[in-house]
Ligand binder design. Sequence first.
Ligand code: ZN
Length: 164
Amino acid sequence: MAGNVKDKEAFQRLNFLYQAAHCVLSQTSENVELARFYCFTQKTIAKRLVLRQDPSVKRTLCKKCLSLLVPGVTATARQRTTKHRNRMTVLRCLRCGQCKRFLNNPEHRLWVDQPEAQLENQSQPEQGPSTKELKEKADGPISQLSSTGPSSTQHQVPPSKPKT
Ligand SMILES: [Zn+2]
């Protein structure tokens, strides 16, 4: 996959813009608007070329105003408890007030990270063994029948040979 990436240059540009936003924001916290401009451009490019951004990138961008969410600089991070007593991290954008909620579940895996999501793994475990088992099951009775068939004929054949 790493060999031939479609729109490689576009991804490089997205990467550059994302890093530039971090860089600019780390210099002084006054560069919030500049960082937001970089992230806005990044989002626009991704949208136009229909490129899927990594979830780790998406988690750090405000959905509403597209500013880069850095806890303590452009966002606040707080621990909250849900109705079902699950703990979650709430990331609140300081510019527009939009919140992002993440459940504190260490077992949580993204669908992309799960082995079933990969096409190569998908075909092997599901179809491979099942067809083999079916074949083995199908071969079982047939081989038994065929073994009884020829054996009976073999018994019949040897006596016929000495006769002739
Ligand atoms: Zn925002």
